[in-house]
Design a protein around this ligand. Sequence first.
Ligand SMILES: *[C@@H]1O[C@H](CO)[C@@H](O)[C@H](O)[C@H]1NC(C)=O
Ligand SMILES: *[C@@H]1O[C@H](CO)[C@@H](O)[C@H](O)[C@H]1NC(C)=O
Ligand SMILES: *[C@@H]1O[C@H](CO)[C@@H](O)[C@H](O)[C@H]1NC(C)=O
Ligand SMILES: *[C@@H]1O[C@H](CO)[C@@H](O)[C@H](O)[C@H]1NC(C)=O
Ligand SMILES: *[C@@H]1O[C@H](CO)[C@@H](O)[C@H](O)[C@H]1NC(C)=O
Ligand SMILES: *[C@@H]1O[C@H](CO)[C@@H](O)[C@H](O)[C@H]1NC(C)=O
Length: 355
Amino acid sequence: MKQMLRDFSNLLLVVLCDYVLGVVQYLLLEQPTHVALSNGTVSVGLQNYDGGNVTLKNISILLIDASTNQTVAEKQLRHSQYQDIVAFECFHFKSAGKYWFKMASEITSGPGSQWNEETISLSVMWPVFHFDLRRTSEGLGSSLQLQLFTNEYLCPLNNTVLSLEIILTNSLHRLGTLILNETVGLRTRKKLSLFRSQWVKFDCLSFSQEAYVAVLLKLPVTNSIIASAEPIDLLHKFGYKLVIATEEEICESSVTVSVIPPPCISSSGYVAVFKDRLGSLGQRTLKLHESIMNPKDNQVEFNCALFDKGINKYCFEFRQLKQVDSQPKAKECRVIQRNVGLYYLSEMLHLKLSF
Ligand SMILES: *[C@@H]1O[C@H](CO)[C@@H](O)[C@H](O)[C@H]1NC(C)=O
Ligand SMILES: *[C@@H]1O[C@H](CO)[C@@H](O)[C@H](O)[C@H]1NC(C)=O
Ligand SMILES: *[C@@H]1O[C@H](CO)[C@@H](O)[C@H](O)[C@H]1NC(C)=O
Ligand SMILES: *[C@@H]1O[C@H](CO)[C@@H](O)[C@H](O)[C@H]1NC(C)=O
Ligand SMILES: *[C@@H]1O[C@H](CO)[C@@H](O)[C@H](O)[C@H]1NC(C)=O
Ligand SMILES: *[C@@H]1O[C@H](CO)[C@@H](O)[C@H](O)[C@H]1NC(C)=O
């Protein structure tokens, strides 16, 4: 017996054996687990040893979905009724769960015959999908790009096989309810084909000062969840950014501060400017000015007259409207130069060097 089993040396474990009318039957699985939607095939090995007088007939291997008891596929033996390997292609395993392989054979012994059914089980798991969110290049953050990728090689299935759901809310607290109840909330649904990596763009309103996103990847037929992303805090992930621009090297008219909000988050708020005292890092003088941002262009302009003559460092801070915590959402410092007489400038430089 050992000698014959050597042919199955690449097949592992899960040996199932039965003794009927002197026939010993084995079913073997290469691996007890498989990844759904992956391109791997599942091979089932089979070995029969008859007891001399009996003949085996009509042996087939059935693949059964244990959740429904439905036969997914049936394969006849090709080479021998006694020893064969039958391969089930990847497209039979579109869903995770438990499957059975059943060997059905007719055993004839002299006058009598009897049906024999052996089963062996296979656990099928979902592939691991990863998600990543990026800003889109366009506009004022009213859309997001989601990357979806897996390290598995995937089964070449033509049709739309995945359904992606993106849920957006301004309340982390509500997100759990929104995930469970499909009739509520801001939800974007997309049908996807199966690729190892793909980008999906979705639009969002810049409606609030906070935004949380949950991503669900589902199998449309059964609505089962293949993968999901933890609630993603867009404010935390992307943050606000400030871009400070003066038209000229030396400030003559104004300094423009542009606010780049996180995607799907409102840009409303105000920008304050502080003077950073030379030489004393981190220590700040009084707020010079504060201005509500123009929601049309996300910009605030500061007149150059606000800034002292000479070369000084200023810090700009953005705060959201009604922001309660003390930390600004974005901060950016910049040296601003204003024109002065030559004498004064040289005095300044001298002063600076002496620190
Ligand atoms: C799965 O796909 C990869 C890449 O195309 C290939 O190298 C590998 O042999 C495939 N595996 C099977 C079992 O077909
Ligand atoms: C084979 O069949 C013969 C006659 O039917 C019987 O005498 C014998 O015991 C059988 N052998 C086995 C191993 O079943
Ligand atoms: C068994 O196989 C024979 C021919 O090989 C066929 O005529 C018969 O219908 C099969 N029986 C079953 C139950 O499949
Ligand atoms: C499938 O069949 C087995 C045995 O025949 C039974 O125990 C089980 O409850 C069935 N499952 C379903 C989902 O019908
Ligand atoms: C995919 O489509 C091609 C051509 O349209 C076809 O030949 C192939 O059999 C299809 N594959 C599957 C798994 O449906
Ligand atoms: C989903 O939300 C709607 C509207 O609030 C409600 O009527 C419905 O009962 C909820 N369904 C479930 C399953 O909670």
